[in-house]
Design a protein around this ligand. Sequence first.
Ligand code: ZN
Length: 340
Amino acid sequence: MFDTAIAGSLPKPAWLAQTETLWPQWRAEGAALQQAKLDATLLWIKAQEDAGLSVIGDGEMSRQHFVHGFLERVDGIDFEHKVEMGIRADRYKAMVPQVVSRLALKGRVHEAEARFLRAHTTRRIKFTLPGPMTIVDTVADRHYGDRKAMAFAFAELLNQEALALRADGVDIVQFDEPAFNVYMDDAADWGVQALERAARGLTCTTAVHICYGYGIQANIDWKKTLGDEWRQYERVFPALAASSIDQVSLECIHSHVPPDLMALLKGKDVMVGVIDVASERVETPDEVADTIGRALQFVPRERLIACTNCGLAPMNRAVAEAKLRALGAGAALARTRYAA
Ligand code: ZN
């Protein structure tokens, strides 16, 4: 009862990259960088296990950013000439690479870190990939001229990598789709279809993470404009409930998401956000258990996975470690409290 998992990313140690920033510069290069990435991965595997988490991730130590880590291994993308683009409906500006010709994978994307993760924990492992719609919203298009067509092109490439990750021993492949909370009509119209294309043929568990973004200022400011009730999930959850995807995540603690929206995910495992990524204050196990209790009104206990609201990449490392421990301890408390 109550699996525990992180959404995906964790802070990079100061010796690996710049800290507390979203697109950090690496501290090393070449073989030294590759080794440092795996060393950091090992450190976070241990921290997740020590915190008692049942599903372990690589913390995304090997990628500079959750979207661009994938794009770096795709042919047809010009990384030399990045352009500034407003992303997530212009919520913030980012320097993004450009799609300049037909897309194809250069080879495997995450083989090294997936196999490393598999080799260093006996617990179930989850591996994250950016979702097709979110990729399309984080790259400049100079070739396809149509967001949906480009999303399906990326979905094919994601599918190739996802099938290979399964063969590497990954138990859960998760696609990250924060864009679903921004372009709700497109998400319900074709975003979920593109997601299913990316997950086609996977024999492992499939998941989608949808959130209100990292705890950065632009997102905190955006959330202030969303009113007292955040109903974005209401538009896309019915489409996801009808889809082949097994697990769906949502923000819960300290959000304005009405908890009853979880009832729209009938038949799905629900990753409930019980750890706030926009606050440095560490939750108590009691608060985590309380949040799980609220979600239990709408999610069957065997389908509830305690999770973080989003990735912890831009956070302070010590705070993130403490939040992992709160997640593990809170879920343990909930198992006792809600056992009957
Ligand atoms: Zn997120």
